[in-house]
Structure formats: structure tokens, C-alpha cells
Design a protein around this ligand. Structure first.
Ligand code: HEM
Length: 253
């Protein structure tokens, strides 16, 4: 619930600022706007959208590992992604619903991260800004990791979904061959491996932060949550990196 300033406080503020040319007026806010503009509201949006993307990544890494079972299995999975929900929905509607949900999660995550970051910088005393007292190693890693992942997602879609920057001839509906083309170039391997390491670091700290924001963390659960965060980060990074390594070593060909 948004807390409106009491009449007394408002009057006191008003009289204290009688010499001001533009006295500060308390903004009128609806509960949802109050939630969104509060720091905890933005952190909750980050936690929930982060968990949605994490669920996608877990499903995505499991699907990607099908590449080790050959082209039929892998292309069949990619085809299933396009037609999922088809008995109930129109062709590709399931895919578009998932895409829109994912895009909304990425957008909400990025906007709240940017705004929290601005707020953090503004709250820092200028004199100490150079000492970087306000931003810890973890905060900086999360910011840079987030920027790297945002750029990677754009590159990845242009590479394997639209084929715009794909090396070699991109073939729609043939992701197995497309994946092999990508990981047959040094820059494809470099971009993906750097991004996968960023995914691991981001998930490791992000999962932990989300648990704190959502009130799941406490002293007793700390060990379990840390183990879970490390385990998820490791499984995602190793699972994703297995694909370029599989192509480079000739296991996937
Ligand atoms: C080695 C690692 C990866 C491989 C081999 C891979 C493979 C693929 C392929 C083949 C597609 C296209 C599916 C299709 O349109 O038929 C795809 C789509 C996608 N991937 Fe990945 N992926 C990897 C890592 C990641 C990571 C780390 C993320 C997120 C950070 C990610 C996010 C996405 C997204 C958002 C799409 C677009 C889905 C769509 O709307 O079509 N991928 N990936």
C-alpha cells in the first residue's frame, strides 16, 4: 500500500519551504505506481523477471544438449518449439506467446536494473565517488555482465533465429547445421564462450539476490541457497559450453 504523507507532515513541509520558489508537492500515486517507484518494488521486478529468464535458460540448455543425439533429434526439438500448443492454438502462437513473455521479462529486468543503478549513483556522495565506495565488486560484475548478456542476446538472435549475421548459408528449419556453422568460426566460439561465462556469474549472484529480495533467504537456509545458486550457474555454463566444445572437437559434426 502506498503511504500518503499525513496532513500535518504536508503542512510542516509547506511552511518550511515558504521561501522556496517551488515548494515540493507530495506526488499523488496509485499503489502500483508507488510499488514501481520504490526500490523494493524495482528489486522485486528484477527478481521475478530474472527467475522467468532462468526458467527459460534451464529449458534451453536441456534442449541444446539434444545436439549430441544427432540432427533429427535436435531439429525435431526446434520444430516442436515452433508448433508447441498447436492442438489448442494456431500454428506458432505458442512460440509467440513465449517470445513476448520473454521479451517483457528482459525489458522489465533491464529497465529496473538501469533505474536502480541511477538511484545508487545519485545516492553516492560525490566526494567519495572516485573511491567507488558505493559499488561493490558484485554490483560491478552484475552491471557489466548484464550489458554483455543484453548484447549477446541481440547477436544470438541475429545469428541463429534470423540468420542476419550467421556465418555461411543460414537455413531456416535446420538449426543443427546452423549451430555447426556458428561454432566452426573462431569468433563464434569466442562470443558464445565469453557470454556463457557471463551467464554463470550473473546467475550465481542473481539467484542469491532474488532469494533475498523475495524474502526466501535466512541464516538457516543460507548454505542451501548458496549451493543451489552455484549448482545452477555451473550446470548452465557447462551445459551451454558443451555445444561449441562438441563442435570444435568433432563430436558434433
Ligand atoms: C551454446 C549456447 C547456445 C546455443 C547453441 C543456442 C542455440 C539456439 C538456437 C539454435 C536457437 C534458434 C531456435 C530456432 O529459432 O529454431 C536459439 C534461440 C534463442 N536463444 Fe539460444 N542458444 C545458446 C545459448 C543461449 C543463451 C545463453 C541465451 C540467453 C542468455 C539464449 C537465448 C535465446 C533466445 C532468447 C532465443 C530466441 C528464441 C526465439 O524467439 O526464437 N541462448 N538458441
Amino acid at each position: 500500500m502506498a503511504l500518503a504523507p499525513s496532513k500535518d507532515t504536508a503542512t510542516a513541509k509547506g511552511s518550511a519551504s515558504t521561501r522556496d520558489a517551488s515548494p515540493a508537492r507530495p506526488p499523488s500515486r496509485t499503489p502500483s505506481r508507488g510499488f514501481w517507484s520504490s526500490t523494493i518494488g524495482k528489486k522485486t521486478v528484477m527478481a521475478v523477471s530474472g527467475l522467468i529468464m532462468l526458467a527459460y535458460l534451464v529449458a534451453h540448455v536441456a534442449g541444446n544438449l539434444k545436439v549430441f543425439f544427432g540432427p533429427e533429434e535436435f531439429n525435431g526439438y526446434a520444430h516442436w518449439l515452433r508448433v508447441m500448443g498447436a492442438p489448442v492454438l494456431h500454428h506458432e502462437w505458442g512460440l509467440w506467446i513465449a517470445r513476448i513473455a520473454l521479451l517483457a521479462a528482459v525489458g522489465a529486468h533491464a529497465v529496473s536494473a538501469y533505474q536502480l543503478s541511477r538511484r545508487d549513483i545519485r545516492a553516492r556522495p560525490t566526494r567519495y565517488a572516485r573511491k567507488r565506495k558505493g559499488s561493490s565488486y558484485a554490483t560491478r560484475t552484475m552491471r557489466w555482465g548484464g550489458i554483455i548478456l543484453g548484447l549477446f542476446i541481440v547477436w544470438h538472435i541475429l545469428d541463429l533465429t534470423t540468420g542476419t549475421v550467421h556465418p555461411g548459408g543460414f537455413e531456416e528449419g535446420k538449426p543443427y547445421q546452423n549451430v555447426i556453422d556458428t561454432f566452426s568460426t573462431w569468433y563464434g566460439n569466442t562470443i558464445y564462450i565469453v557470454a556463457m561465462l557471463a551467464v554463470g556469474l550473473h546467475v550465481r549472484h542473481g539467484f542469491w539476490s532474488a532469494a533475498q529480495t523475495l524474502g526466501v533467504g535466512n541464516a538457516r537456509r543460507e548454505r542451501v541457497l548458496r549451493l543451489l545458486a552455484n549448482g545452477l550457474a555451473l550446470v548452465l555454463t557447462a551445459g551451454f559450453i558443451a555445444v561449441p566444445v562438441g563442435v570444435m572437437t568433432g563430436v558434433v559434426n
